[in-house]
Design a protein around this ligand. Structure first.
Ligand code: 9G3
Length: 566
């Protein structure tokens, strides 16, 4: 392709409204342009990368018998009524009306659509398992779109859905998907981790996310420095062995702590370590009040609490609810002599506290020498705290470290979460109607473009891994008006085309410096420069990945390129 004929609007200046390097570079190198918040056009170079990403995904999906379909973006609200999600989703769901005033959704995902499609067609267990996938545009009205393609309001997703007549069959497909996702992210040249994750509102038993390591990632990964263990921090289990002190239990005593509100204030004021303070929180689990205790130096992980209590909805009680309930401020509540018969759950760390401190349920007072079991009852000890760097890895091997990650894939065991409410059934071998057991598997295709750019760039621009680069070779002619240079350029272009290389030929009539700056920005893996030495058949070669520059004779170019591209 002649660069003078294509559409690559490179920019010198750094765009002010792009906060992360991948967003800046994709704009400056002429890959994308924004139309409005969270909505982008993919220009020719980005379209070519997206196409290569998609073809890698297709290969790996088809290799595990997933068959490609293409479902509509326009979704009838009736299907969302059936699943109960029309009312449970709020502003994030794009809703519209057609000319007959019928309510529609712009698809943010396709569980409802695919379940209705399959339930109308697949009636017998003999047709199962069946896995379908699509690569398609999704719409989610994000409150704060940001970081370019990483969090858009219209984006490309590969979403797959599998249908099974048994849990074992789902397990098998789920594991095949795990492996296929590993293959995909490896082939994309990404440094990624497979992490144990939370299923969110979908629930189900266990999900996995695929995280590209990046400091600008929104997720925190807790991983072991000596084993493959890795989990989204929301889900990382804690199996720390706490040591109970040998000190004898002392008499409970109430002390004045005027104006001391936070754990740190109280610990300082009473001259005790925060690990001796019992932090008491009041939550509403599906509207029911529960008391949750944590050791003063730890934090309660609300996702763990929600999962442990099997609540759909969990949130902290408000200040006013606390004062109304306990007649004191949040900073003074404690588990001793609670005025109400509230259930008290505690993180495991609380069990080993001896002669601790807690709120007295009276403003300006605290209790000292508090001992669990003796001074207050516990409904159940649970793993409720956030894991911390330095904790032992839950698998017992190594120590936990944190890293930031960009979620690129997320796979779920859905069970009958959709086939149940939507009455999507097949007839089993006894002729009995059974709801499909389902799985769903997503990959953020357009998000991958940004994640690869985040992991593969330098100060001068992008550096594409060779298998997804928009072109294989950047052929730069210094002076197209020079006979020898244009002759060698055309000769080389046609020769390399015959070797099936994809070439971007910078034939523009601009200064060499502009050509080199643009080539570094655009980030193709190999740059062949045709300059003064053209009459001697000598080509200057620059490898974008390493920056290495060498000279080749024109006769050796194809053999050397084959060595590089493999
Ligand atoms: C919505 C809106 C936003 C959403 C969803 C529904 C996320 C929603 C979760 C999933 C689960 C999987 C299949 C592919 C892989 C991910 N955001 N999710 O269901 F209405 Cl507005 O999408 N779906």
């Amino acid at each position: 392709m002649k660069q003078s004929r294509t559409f690559i609007p490179t920019m010198r200046e750094i765009p002010t409204d792009a906060d992360i390097i991948s967003h800046q570079l994709l704009l400056r190198a002429g890959y994308i342009r924004q139309h409005m918040s969270g909505v982008y056009s993919f220009l020719p170079l980005a379209k070519k990368v997206i196409r290569k990403i998609e073809s890698i995904i297709r290969e790996e999906m088809e290799a595990i018998d997933a068959v490609e379909i293409f479902m509509p973006t326009l979704q009838p609200s009736g299907l969302w009524e059936e699943s109960g999600r029309w009312s449970s989703y709020g502003a994030e769901l794009f809703r519209l009306k057609d000319r007959h005033d019928r309510q529609l959704a712009l698809g943010p995902t396709h569980e409802e659509v695919v379940t209705s499609l399959i339930r109308d067609e697949v009636k017998s267990y003999k047709k199962l398992p069946l896995t379908v996938f699509q690569i398609q545009t999704k719409f989610r009205d994000e409150k704060r779109p940001r970081f370019g393609l990483l969090r858009g309001r219209e984006f490309i997703m590969k979403d797959a859905y599998s249908f099974h007549s048994s849990k074992e069959s789902l397990e098998e497909k789920y594991n095949e998907m795990m492996q296929a996702y590993s293959n995909i992210f490896s082939r994309l040249g990404l440094d990624f981790r497979t992490v144990i994750a939370d299923g969110g509102t979908i629930g189900g038993d266990g999900t996995h996310e695929f995280m590209a390591l990046s400091d600008i990632g929104e997720d925190t990964i807790a991983y072991s420095d000596a084993s493959p263990y890795a989990a989204n921090i929301e889900m990382a289990e804690v199996n720390t062995e706490y040591v109970k002190s040998k000190e004898t239990l002392k008499e409970l005593v109430k002390v004045d702590t005027p104006g001391q509100r936070t754990i740190a204030d109280v610990a300082d004021f009473l001259n005790v370590d925060p690990s001796k303070v019992i932090k008491t929180l009041l939550f509403k689990a599906d509207g029911k009040l529960v008391v949750v205790l944590s050791r003063g130096d730890y934090d309660i992980n609300e996702i763990k609490l929600k999962n442990a209590l099997q609540a759909k909805d969990i949130n902290l009680a408000t200040e006013s609810e606390i004062e109304e309930m306990l007649a004191c401020k949040a900073g003074s509540i404690g588990p001793v002599k609670l005025p109400l018969d509230l259930k008290v759950y505690a993180d495991f760390a609380v069990e080993k506290i001896v002669n601790g401190v807690c709120g007295a349920n009276e403003d300006g007072c605290h209790l000292m020498n508090v001992n669990p079991e003796r001074d207050f009852a516990i409904e159940r000890y649970l793993d409720l705290r956030y894991i911390r760097e330095g904790d032992p890895s839950p698998d017992g091997i190594g120590t936990i470290r944190f890293a930031k990650g960009i979620e690129l894939g997320h796979i779920f065991k859905l069970g009958t979460a959709y086939s149940g409410p939507m009455k999507a059934t097949y007839l089993d071998e006894n002729g009995k109607a059974q709801p499909y057991i389902m799985g769903c598997y997503g990959i953020g295709v357009s998000r991958i473009l940004a994640a690869v750019a985040e992991q593969h760039h330098d100060a001068n621009g992008l550096k594409w891994p060779k298998h997804i680069s928009p072109y294989d070779i950047h052929l730069v002619t210094i002076n197209s008006k020079d006979e020898a240079q244009s002759k060698l350029s055309d000769e080389l272009y046609h020769l390399l085309k015959s070797y099936r290389y994809d070439i971007l030929h910078d034939d523009r009539d601009v200064r060499p410096g502009v050509k080199f700056t643009d080539a570094d920005l655009i980030g193709l893996p190999v740059r062949l420069t045709i300059g003064k030495k053209a009459q001697d058949g000598i080509i200057e070669v620059k490898f974008r990945g390493t920056g290495e520059t060498v000279e080749w004779q024109k006769e050796e170019v194809t053999e050397k390129l084959q060595a590089y591209f493999g």
